[in-house]
Design a protein around this ligand. Sequence first.
Ligand code: ATP
Ligand code: MG
Length: 684
Amino acid sequence: MSENLLSLLNDSQKSAAEHIDGSLLILAGAGSGKTKTITTRLAYLISIGIDPASILTLTFTNKAASEMRERAFSMIDQASINTPPLLCTFHKFGLLFLKFHMSELGRKGNFIIIDTDDKKRIIKSIDKEITTSLLVSEISKYKNTLMSPAEAIAGAELKLYQQIALVYQKYQEYLLKNNLVDFDDLLLLPYEILKKNEKLAQQVSQKYQYIMVDEYQDTNELQYRLLRLLCATHNNLCVVGDDDQSIYGWRGATIKNILNFSEHFEGTKVVKLEENYRSTDTILNHANQLIEHNRDRLGKKLVGTRAKGDSIKVYESHDENEETRKIIDDIKALLDSGISAKDVAILFRVNALSRSLEEGFNKAGLNYKLVGGMKFYERAEIKDLIAFFRILTNSNDNFSLKRVINKPKRGIGKTTIDKLEAKSIQTQKPIFDLIQEFSADELAAIVGKKNSRTLKVFEASIMDLKDILTESKMKFLDAFEDTFDYRASYDNVPDGFERQGNIDEFYGYIRDYFMQNPHLELKDFLNEIALESENGEYNNEAISMMSIHASKGLEFKNLFIIGLEEGFFPLTGDGADIEEERRLGYVAITRAMDNLTLSFVHSRFYKGKRAILQKSRFLSESGLIKGSLTIEKQSNFKKGDLVQHKIFGMGRVQKATKAGKDYKLTINFGGTKRDILSSFVEKS
Ligand code: ATP
Ligand code: MG
């Protein structure tokens, strides 16, 4: 069994997978089998008798984790093991840890994770002067460099930073008071707990005797320190990574972690992998040409193992509509030829570029998944329901309470909410407790008689629902609807039908979750979806659309990368780091296995205006323009198509013939035939 597992690896990969005790670093380029090596190692360790429960494997995205799980578990004899090994994202690990150990910080276990959107709202409510996005990113930086609010305040020299540090302090107080946890806390709090409790750190470290980390180049200081604590009693840490794929510098990831790994962990064995098994030779060559423009790199060797393959296509379009059309035509042809949707993906550097694609896909009836797009959970009705459910699990959560205290409308206005909030600050009590503990008259003295009555009814309903929830998780959704008529509140309102569809989908999802996990609670569900929404859902049956960041570690037979224009990719402007942009380019191209198409446009509608754009420097740096490949313009027009010309108006195509790089169309405009280059007309 053990030998069989290793037979699928080359010699270097094998030497890494067989390595058991002591630190191990696998440093190698894209597609060289790093992930394959550690998933095989995981199965190998189990096959030689190591307890699966003592192995911890960490990665960055849910999608990468589920792919790894699939790969590893197919190699493990499931029947022979009791507990499966833990393989998850860093954040999920943090969540599991906090479930058991939050009390170490004197906090309750019923904490709730807030998402990026909630975080923005809270921060905005604390300070409206400074741009919210700046506050969000600076606070995240403090946390990821382990700086407490007190330290941030002490260290701030500029006035702006003094103010930011104060917002940080208030934000932390708010989270504490409402027992909320943000994404950074999922790593920071476990670190703090382990740091201050050496005995616990020893225990946890002893539990996880073997630790592996994929994509180590993207770890930051906090993740490194956490790993150190997890390795307090041993040195069995195996990490894999590629300096050329370090793409989270902006979030504080530090390439130093990988460069200094051998110094951080004594006696490290270093393994290099030099063959790429993923991409055709053509794709690999262009990826290599691109990354060679970076100066700041270790310069590894990476040679192909596959045949030359087809050339890379480059699409040039007038605008995003034409770009979308071309891609959709190609994808339809791929699907018609029997290729499965899961083997097709579209990547972009800037999330906003998905909008025109989504629109086009919806019109064309193509099934797609926006990975990491937070599409579903961002919808107002879903956020409302989540807020209701949060209050049921944690009535301290003022933030959620304020969101739904007047939903569906029950006459509680903003003034009332402000009064309640002021009282909550004054008495240091959550709003919900105030409503509960104050008598109707006391409450009426603050908000008036009518509101007092309404609030008391609301409170009683929540308490009843809490009881029903403890009694039966399956019954509680119906009871919730009976009590609040939330779904019914969308009867006869514009887009109510769609919203009710979302609500039904969400209820269905919750029921399914409890059916499959009868031992878990509503709060577990809420925390899990918080992580899911950050990382995107996972669905095998659809074409994937995602940012390049989200595509890390994945591979697709047929790949499209759109938006290769200066300003979009690479991002230019303030704070842009061109070497990191180029690494993103390298990551993007190396996701492709067989077919790759890159696309750029002359103009794009963005942030309310149409911008005129230049094609990306990455096209020439990777040798795709001028050199091995000429830009091939595909005719998207065929006989019979209706087209629109700026001057001649509507016409019908009679013939399309190749003319240089473009296509000449013979078009009949209301009886007059004209020959026009295809780039001057649009399909109508
Ligand atoms: P990335 O840097 O993009 O994360 P990686 O180094 O982790 O890439 P993998 O995803 O593990 O690479 O492997 C890339 C592809 O090559 C996979 O399809 C994998 O199955 C295949 N592969 C890896 N090693 C071998 C091998 N020894 N023989 C055949 N195929 C292999
Ligand atoms: Mg990988």
